[in-house]
Write a protein of this length. Structure first.
Length: 572
């Protein structure tokens, strides 16, 4: 319980969608107490339901973690998805829902523009002046309903927005793909992803990973976007929208006298599917580059802050950086699952006239208590052996040097989709077979998908060729230097690119020490890093998740849970 003078702000992204009377995805909540960011959490981490769009469970867990009650909350900040920007607050379904959950006792500050909150999420990470904030996703808020339908897919919606931050104010300077049935970059990439055989727009990252597999020419593929009076436009439409978003794509190709087959249904993902993936990636990069070059002529742009779901496309970020010769910054959770931080950023700035929010970090989840660790160890005692090791960093490095695969759980969990050394699976990057072992045996995922290198920040320039060293959150790719290609094969894609995480002692001291000790043994300041989960699962959050996930995989050799080293009992 807090004192009467405390200010406690709870931010909620509520994805409830009126048309389906259901949640879409990526519910998340964050808590600000007396100006300090205390905790932030995606709902999926608690419910174990991937992309869970609800909020109630996460709210209850966060309040319990902070030892406060609903009655202690001063104000609620709220964002949504697919809502009409000019709708009266009292008529908005998610506002009513929040009021009911909190018994109409707490004032709700509702933010109508989905994209504006994305922009504030980016500014919390970097708020230097003269920044172009680019927000790209599948659909944001509704700008105008169609004359014959209130369907989101038929409306004018936020898809591609460009804001300018001069250091004191955020201004919308342009918007593309905002006409009725327009296909912006998110919808386009989603259509292609599903056409080549992936399940949904959530699999767009797989399309990005498949693209480099194709090394042939794209000359036979049509250009989907063109510059018309400064706008990136396309004749590809969203007008005959179907559940998988493919009908429009096939129709568009037919109109260009190009016959393409029906949706790919095999899961081998060969060269023809890779060709479409490469086409989608190339089209996205070239169109956005053309647009931003025009904006650079009109505005003093010193950097790009990229956010929204499409910002998870790490290849896009590096392409923009390389071709525009300015840094590209992406926050650790740029998609909808990070919008609670955008809500807090906007609120904080309007109150304090700055964005130097105390407590802001990529590690905003829960820290596992000693009590929870002991209870979890006891629960699974028939299946595991465990011991306390005081110098855990040295032991971990030795196990990596022996080519063991380690699940690492330490400190507070990451807020965002990337595992950054607190809920990670790590391995020796010099073993070329490690990639195949973890892809098939642990992650149960497609053969072509790469893993990330975590590298000591002071050794980055020895291994990778990028002008800017802003790789804290694994949100950009870069190329490995020729002389290092053979040293770290398991963390390189087939085009010798890598989605890098730089590791510093001040931000992640335990993880830094593990890599440093591994370097002393192997000469490599790099480890393979991937998220600690199995295929289709969210990242592990608590001790029970960690041990269960460890036991479900035969290919993870050890689990390090803070000071505990855990192994599996051998069946007799």
């Amino acid at each position: 319980m807090t004192s009467n003078t405390s200010e406690i702000i709870l931010a909620i992204h509520n994805s409830f969608f009126t048309d389906t009377q259901d949640y879409t995805s990526d519910g998340n909540v964050a808590l600000l107490i007396n100006g300090k960011l205390t905790v932030a959490l995606a709902t999926e981490r608690i419910t174990r339901n991937k992309y869970d769009g609800t909020f109630e469970t996460a709210v209850n867990e966060i309040l319990n973690y902070a030892n406060i009650t609903k009655n202690d909350i001063t104000s609620i900040l709220l964002s949504g998805f697919g809502k009409y920007v000019d709708e009266k607050k009292e008529n908005i379904d998610i506002v009513k829902q929040i009021n009911t959950f909190f018994n109409n006792k707490i004032p709700v500050i509702y933010e109508p523009s989905h994209h504006k909150i994305h922009a504030w999420t980016g500014l919390l990470e970097n708020h230097e002046k003269n920044s172009l904030v680019v927000v790209i996703d599948n659909s944001g808020s509704i700008l105008e309903y169609g004359s014959e339908s209130s369907d989101l897919e038929k409306a004018r919606v936020e898809q591609t927005s460009f804001y300018y931050w001069n250091g004191t104010a955020l201004k919308l300077i342009d918007r593309d793909h905002d006409d009725f049935s327009d296909v912006g970059y998110g919808r386009f990439y989603s259509k292609v992803s599903q056409y080549i055989g992936f399940e949904s727009y959530h699999d767009a990252g797989k399309t990005m990973g498949l693209a480099p597999i194709f090394s042939g020419s794209l000359n036979s593929m049509p250009k989907p976007y063109n510059n018309v009076n400064g706008k990136q436009t396309t004749t590809l439409t969203h007008s005959t929208y179907d559940e998988d978003g493919i009908d429009d794509l096939i129709h568009w190709f037919n109109n260009k006298n190009i016959s393409i087959q029906k949706r790919f249904t095999n899961n081998f993902f060969g060269s023809e599917q890779a060709k479409f993936a490469k086409w989608a990636q190339h089209s996205l990069e070239q169109s956005l580059l053309e647009k931003i070059r025009l904006l650079k002529r009109e505005h003093n742009i010193e950097r790009i802050i990229l956010t929204g779901g499409v910002a998870l496309n790490s290849v896009l970020s590096q392409s923009l950086e390389d071709n525009l010769n300015i840094p590209v910054i992406t926050p650790p959770s740029p998609g909808d699952a990070g919008l609670s931080l955008g809500l807090l950023a906007k609120y904080y700035y309007e109150k304090n006239n700055n964005l130097d929010m105390k407590g802001y970090t990529a590690y905003l989840g829960f820290k596992i208590s000693d009590k929870e660790k002991l209870l979890a160890l006891d629960k699974y005692k028939d299946n595991i052996n465990y011991e306390i090791v005081r110098d855990i960093e040295t032991l971990a490095a030795n196990l990596l040097y022996q080519n063991k695969v380690i699940a690492l759980v330490t400190g507070r969990s990451e807020f965002g989709p990337r595992a950054l050394g607190h809920r990670s699976i790590i391995a020796n990057p010099s073993n070329a077979w490690t990639k195949d072992i973890i892809n098939s045996g642990v992650k149960k995922r497609e053969w072509f998908r790469p893993f990330a290198p975590s590298i000591l920040v002071d050794k980055f320039e020895e291994y990778f060729a990028s002008k800017y060293i802003d790789f804290d959150f694994m949100m950009k790719t870069t190329s490995v230097k020729n002389e290092k290609k053979n040293a770290i094969p398991s963390v390189l894609h087939n085009d010798y690119s890598a989605r890098v995480q730089t590791v510093t002692r001040d931000k992640t001291p335990e993880y830094y020490s593990i890599i440093k000790n591994f370097e002393k043994l192997s000469g490599l300041p790099v480890v393979l890093n991937t998220s600690f989960n199995l295929g289709g699962m969210p990242l592990v959050e608590n001790a029970y998740d960690a041990i269960e996930c460890f036991l479900e995989s035969d290919y993870i050799d050890f689990l390090i849970l803070d000071e505990y080293v855990i192994s599996k009992k051998v069946s007799q």
